[in-house]
Design a protein around this ligand. Structure first.
Ligand code: EPS
Length: 399
């Protein structure tokens, strides 16, 4: 129902997205998109690039006087770093022979692939010996525009009282002790947002920052895990009828598509494999006057993480997304030069040293896109008032 494509190189003029299938008649708040973009840029462990960029979205199609038309929506984020790269990245003109000292350095160091990055596999695949042709698009800079698209989807779901949260539960060796989802998500979000690493627990936060500092001192990088929580979803999004319709698979695919992500867990996740059924499955209760989104059914535990049979069960969606450490290391690993085939050291580009604080924000965005797609499948997709009618009819139908 809701599809999108993104385009743009990390150091090119702009990032662009075309979103198709967004319903008509929805009042978009651009400030709320920009708010999500600013959240993604924050966080302890970022490198020099984030001091240059201050991402803001521009809408160039599909919205008129702030209201969606049902036509494709085009979003743009201009790269502020672009003027520093025009000689190297110009889409039409040949490489400038008049590069500054810094540009000359950047222009030549692109034949020594970084282990862990797309450099080598992408270079072989597309037959690029100049690995800049790979790394510019493989860069996680692309997540900026995905967050913008996700912020649109999120606004649509928030209109139906769906709430989003995320926080960091691990950075390198430092883990937040497991705890149930907080009662008040708005208050939780406020606390998380105050933390430089997006971890609401003060003592864990301090240890996380110390771990990033220690890695940076040794010119190394750190990965980690973010948890995304979505509250207020009705029972019934997604389907078991075909494998590709299962919402858990769709959500996992979306999260796995974030650069550096190596694992996704839902609810109890991998731990469920080690327990007996009686210690895993969430018993079912009913309250006649209970939440209409859940038809009055509720659970006292949420090991399923809000999904059963590939369908939302009305409980909080709990997703954990694990990312490996950044692969650009200031202490370069061994590699092979793709032109000489001589042993070498991996190229060093300006880099972040830990991006896990941003991971939850990107996670919220891609999750919002999958959920909005499933919501539109269930309640209709052309016009907001039509969707509202269908949703209210669902709420008013007892089961
Ligand atoms: C990235 C390398 C760094 C990051 C970038 C992702 O960029 P640069 O090479 O310009 O210093 O800052 O992330 C972003 C620009 C961003 O907006 O998140 C990489 O190689 O993936």
């Amino acid at each position: 129902m809701l599809t999108y494509l993104t385009a743009g190189e990390s150091h090119g003029p702009q990032l662009t997205a075309i979103v198709d299938g967004f319903p008509a008649g929805f009042k978009v708040d651009i400030n709320r998109i920009n708010f999500q973009l600013a959240r993604r840029q924050k966080g302890y462990g970022r490198g020099g690039r984030m001091k240059i960029e201050s991402d803001r979205v521009e809408v160039v199609s599909g919205i008129r006087h702030s209201v969606t038309l049902g036509s494709p929506i085009t979003l743009v984020i201009h790269n502020k770093d672009w003027p520093n790269w025009t000689g190297i990245m110009d889409p039409i003109k040949p490489m400038s022979d008049d590069l500054g000292v810094k540009e000359q350095q950047l222009a030549k160091e692109t034949t020594r692939p970084r282990p862990g990055h797309a450099d080598l596999a992408g270079g072989v695949k597309f037959n690029h010996k100049d690995l800049r042709n790979v790394l510019e698009r493989a860069s996680a800079r692309e997540t900026a525009i995905r967050v913008a698209v996700g912020a649109l989807a999120r606004q649509l779901l928030e209109h139906f009282q769906v709430q989003f949260a995320s926080h960091v539960v691990r950075i390198g060796p430092v883990a937040l002790p497991a705890a149930p989802a907080p009662d008040d998500l708005s208050e939780f979000n406020e606390r998380v947002e105050l933390s430089e690493v997006r971890c609401a627990d003060k003592s864990t936060e301090e240890k996380m920052i110390a771990a990033i500092k220690a890695a940076r001192k040794e010119r190394d990088s750190l990965g980690g895990i973010a948890e995304v929580i979505v509250r207020g979803l009705p029972i019934g999004l997604g389907s078991y009828s075909q494998g590709y319709r299962r919402l858990d698979g769709r959500l996992a695919a979306a999260l796995m598509s974030i650069p550096s992500v190596k694992g996704v867990e839902i609810g109890l996740g991998i731990e469920a494999a080690a327990r007996r059924g009686s210690e895993v499955h969430d018993e079912i209760f009913h309250n006649q006057k209970g939440d209409r989104r859940k038809k009055g059914y509720y659970r006292n535990t949420n090991n399923a993480g809000g999904l059963e049979g590939g369908i939302t069960n009305g409980e909080d969606l709990i997703l954990r997304v694990a990312a490996k450490p950044i692969s650009t290391l200031n202490k370069p690993l061994k590699t092979v030069d793709v032109i000489s085939h001589e042993p070498s050291e991996a190229m060093v580009e300006r880099t972040d040293n830990c991006v896990i604080p941003a991971l939850g924000i990107i996670g919220e965005a891609v999750v919002a896109l999958v959920l909005a797609d499933a919501f539109l499948e269930k309640y209709g997709a052309d016009n907001l008032s039509e969707i509202e009618r269908n949703y209210n009819a669902y709420l008013n139908t007892p089961f």
